[in-house]
Structures are given as structure tokens and as C-alpha cells.
Design a protein around this ligand. Structure first.
Ligand code: 5GP
Ligand code: 5GP
Length: 221
């Protein structure tokens, strides 16, 4: 219970690239969207909507309320499509137990009361994800999934800057783009992230795990 933690400063929407994440999938399980064959996601999907502090830290597990899937029953169809788990391992929850990727969103409880409740937390995440469509921005700029091309990180960053007027944080895994993170004020106007998104003159990102040229792997079953 972190009930007395101070309120967060801003939101960070993190989206993940299934083509990268799914390359390390070794076995299939019912929860793993990588294993849906031709129905595997072909766009960035949601990893989380995270409340953060300006100093680069973040609160977690802010209320005693438990994740209750019933509260989001009307959103489950959309969440399965746009916020699927790409992993078989169950996630840790605020109460030390194990739960779904959604229940893992200990971050959600720290978003209250800026988002009213669990239902509004997930609905808000979906709405922000639809409005700031990273997949569309990259596709429109010519960065298409490929298992042969490599793209300049600076070009990817510029495409997102041009579209949203803020600098994204970018994370990679083995030279492949894995996550894009976008930051927002509490009213969901875009803002710069506090740390980790400082663009150097050569267009590389401070603290980025990415090389100068990154791949955007196509999903292969
Ligand atoms: P990673 O080591 O993959 O960057 O992060 C591991 C986990 O720590 C994330 O999945 C997330 O739960 C949490 N985390 C990492 N960075 C941030 C952040 O900037 N804000 C918040 N709220 N959580 C983060
Ligand atoms: P984080 O704290 O990094 O947000 O959450 C990572 C936890 O969620 C890990 O325990 C991981 O096994 C689990 N998890 C389940 N599905 C996914 C997924 O699709 N992406 C990531 N990054 N973690 C997932």
C-alpha cells in the first residue's frame, strides 16, 4: 500500500513492437498474442500508461483496491486487441500475487484521481493510444516492418517529433525497436519526458538502448 505517496507529475504512454518482442517467444500459451499466427498484432500495442515524477522515478501500488476484471468487461475486446500480453509469464501485482498483464498495471492505481477509476484508466489509455498513433506515423514516414531494412533512429525520432511536437523515448532490444514512450500532462496534452529523452546533436538519444540504425522486424510465425 503506497496510499500516502504524493501525486504523480505526468503520464507516459509506452507502446511495444510485437515483431521485436515476439522474436524471443520460445513457446506458446493461451495468453501470448505472439502465438496467434496470422492474427498476431502487426502494430504497436500498449505496454502501459504510467504515472511518473519529474525526477525520473515513479510511484507504484497506490491504493488498496484490487484489479477487478469485471469493471473492464466492456473493454476486454479492445484490450485483447490493443493491449495484449506478448509473454507467457504471469506478472506480479501490487499485492505480491500473480496476475494478468492488465492486473500488473500497478501503475493504474497511482493514476487516481486524475483518472477516476479502473474502468477510466483503461479507457483513457486506449483513447490516448488511438489519438497518438505511432504505427501510422512511422508507416506514413516510410518506416515499414521489414526483416532486411535498417532505419536511422534519428529519422524515426524526427517523424514522431513532426507528428506530435515532442521527443519520444525509444528502447531497443538487440538492435530492434522495442518500445516508444510518449509523455503527457495530466490533461493529456503532449509534453517532453523528464529524463531519457534528451536529443543529442547527432540525433541520438541520451540513455537510449538503440544503435544509430534500428530494425523494425516483421512478425514471423
Ligand atoms: P525497463 O527496465 O524495461 O525499462 O522497465 C521495467 C519496468 O519498470 C517497466 O515495464 C515499468 O513497469 C517500469 N518502468 C520503467 N520505466 C518506467 C517509467 O519511466 N515510468 C514508470 N512508471 N514505470 C517505468
Ligand atoms: P513492466 O513492469 O515491465 O511493465 O511489466 C513487465 C511484466 O509484465 C513482466 O513480468 C512480464 O513478464 C509481464 N508481461 C506480460 N506481458 C507482457 C508484454 O506483452 N510486454 C511486457 N513488456 N511485459 C509483459
Amino acid at each position: 500500500d503506497g496510499g500516502n505517496q504524493r501525486e504523480f507529475d505526468y503520464f507516459k504512454l509506452t507502446v511495444q513492437w510485437p515483431g521485436t518482442f515476439c522474436r524471443r517467444t520460445r513457446h506458446c500459451c493461451s495468453s501470448n498474442a505472439c502465438c496467434r499466427g496470422s492474427n498476431a498484432p502487426a502494430e504497436f500495442t500498449i505496454h502501459g500508461l504510467w504515472p511518473d515524477y519529474n525526477d525520473g522515478t515513479w510511484p507504484a501500488c497506490c491504493s488498496r483496491s484490487r484489479f477487478n476484471e469485471k469493471e473492464i468487461s466492456t473493454l476486454v475486446g479492445a484490450l485483447e486487441k490493443y493491449w495484449p500480453s506478448l509473454s507467457c509469464g504471469s506478472s506480479s501485482t501490487c499485492h505480491g500475487g500473480k496476475g494478468s498483464f492488465w492486473a500488473h498495471e500497478k501503475h493504474g492505481t497511482c493514476s487516481f484521481p486524475v483518472v477516476r477509476d479502473e474502468y477510466n484508466y483503461f479507457l483513457t489509455a486506449l483513447n490516448v493510444y488511438f489519438k497518438y498513433n505511432v504505427t501510422k506515423v512511422l508507416n506514413d514516414a516510410g518506416y515499414l516492418p521489414s526483416n532486411t531494412e535498417k532505419y536511422p533512429l534519428g529519422g524515426i525520432v524526427s517523424a514522431i517529433q513532426n507528428a506530435f511536437h515532442v521527443t519520444p523515448e525509444i528502447a531497443c532490444s538487440n538492435g530492434a525497436l522495442q518500445e516508444v514512450r510518449l509523455c503527457f500532462y495530466k490533461d493529456f496534452q503532449p509534453r517532453e519526458c523528464a529524463v531519457g529523452s534528451i536529443l543529442l546533436p547527432d540525433m541520438s538519444l541520451l540513455k537510449s538502448s538503440c544503435p544509430k540504425y534500428v530494425s523494425l522486424p516483421a512478425y514471423v510465425s
